[in-house]
Write a protein that binds this ligand. Sequence first.
Ligand SMILES: [Zn+2]
Length: 155
Amino acid sequence: MAPEQALPDVDDSELVLRFPGEPITHDNKAQYRGRLQRRLLINRCTACGAWHHPPKPVCPQCWSSAVEATEVSGSGVIHLAVFLHQGPPAEGVDYSTPYPVVAVDLDDAPGTRFTSTVIGADNNDIAIGQRVRLDWTTRAGSPMPVFRLDGEVKK
Ligand SMILES: [Zn+2]
């Protein structure tokens, strides 16, 4: 990451407080620091170039520890879509709709998928192959990456 894109200077305990209920660990704390600036970060190995997600301290391809949280656009294609009729209570989640969950193949990080929800769309329009772009919402007072539909479905 370039110096001008430095992550926010919040210590680990404050980071945990900023994302109540989120499973923040040593391995994913850079990603959560990125969320504070509404930047989606995916780990990339600087030794072999492979991307991986969820975050791990070692590259699963070459075992290098030269892993860097790298910003991506968040644009991609829906690989999987499910609609939850029930689930754990969560702020901003309405299971009566029902609640969409998608896994998206990220354009900028080949081989990785990022899972979140889709906002601003009718559930009938959410489909596998649909292009999406990244957007942000606020959950429990914290920035959360989400997707919006963007363009046509690839058949
Ligand atoms: Zn590697």
